[in-house]
Design a protein. Sequence first.
Length: 322
Amino acid sequence: VACSQEEKFWDAVKITAYVLGTGLLIFTALVNSVSRYVQTIWDISGYFWQTTWLKFYYLFEGKEWTIFLLGAGLVPCLAFWCFNGILMVADVTGKPTFITRYRIQLGKNDPVDTKKLRQAIYTVLCNQFFISLPMLVPMFYVMKWWGNTFSKELPTFHWFLVELSIFTLIEEILFYYSHRLVHLPLLYKHIHKKHHEWTAPIGVVSVYAHPVEHIFSNTLPVMTGPMIMGSHIVSIAAWFSLALITTSISHCGYHLPFLPSPEFHDFHHLKFNQCYGVLGVLDYLHGTDTVFRQSKAFQRHKFLLSLTPLSESIPEAPKRAE
């Protein structure tokens, strides 16, 4: 039986590599056609961005470690806390009601337990300062080895889009499998259970995790893409910021208009054994989203273009009387 399961696992990995590889080629082809128009706009403002970057570079006299620390550390951290600061105000006070009326799990965190929130903030800060920050040191030397990270010439917008697609696919693969790994009973009990203390998550909980999990599931999947590609520090800063904001949205507990749907990962916190990935591609291939696809949450898992909360337009079915 164990042999059969191992064969199924490797078959699934092969299928995953094929599907994601094909998807990357298709995505890149689409990027080629769309980005031509965007590149034109980018070129118009390119002189401004290039000049701004050079001013920043010379401001720090080309001190690469300082530039790397600011770009890969400070900028993403500020993006994370500014975004989550707004969400935490809504979590604690229930205001503005424009945000709280879009709550996914109704009646939970209404308001959030402030003692539990303080504990989460403390853990997040420890993870950021004592794990994420030191991990930038070996990354810095990898990027130095590539020799492109601190180039005085910015990457083209077209190339940044290609990098972004590769970063996303690498993160999906590494996060999905590392995430499923920490759901094994032994690892879950000692490591991943901490993150799942929040069955109804909030934004800041996105990096509320055991230190081991924070290294292998939160940080490495995001860092690996830029290290493989030898990316420019500006690309790294943009990608890290985008990754932190995206995972905050996935955990925020609100399905807000004009933002990506967080229903997929919120369902994972609710059910524990569904929806392990980021994009959902690997969950579909491995069949770890079957319950989700049969739920109301799946019907609500879409980009909200109106101001009517999806919890109102697609409500949960009323519970049967026992």
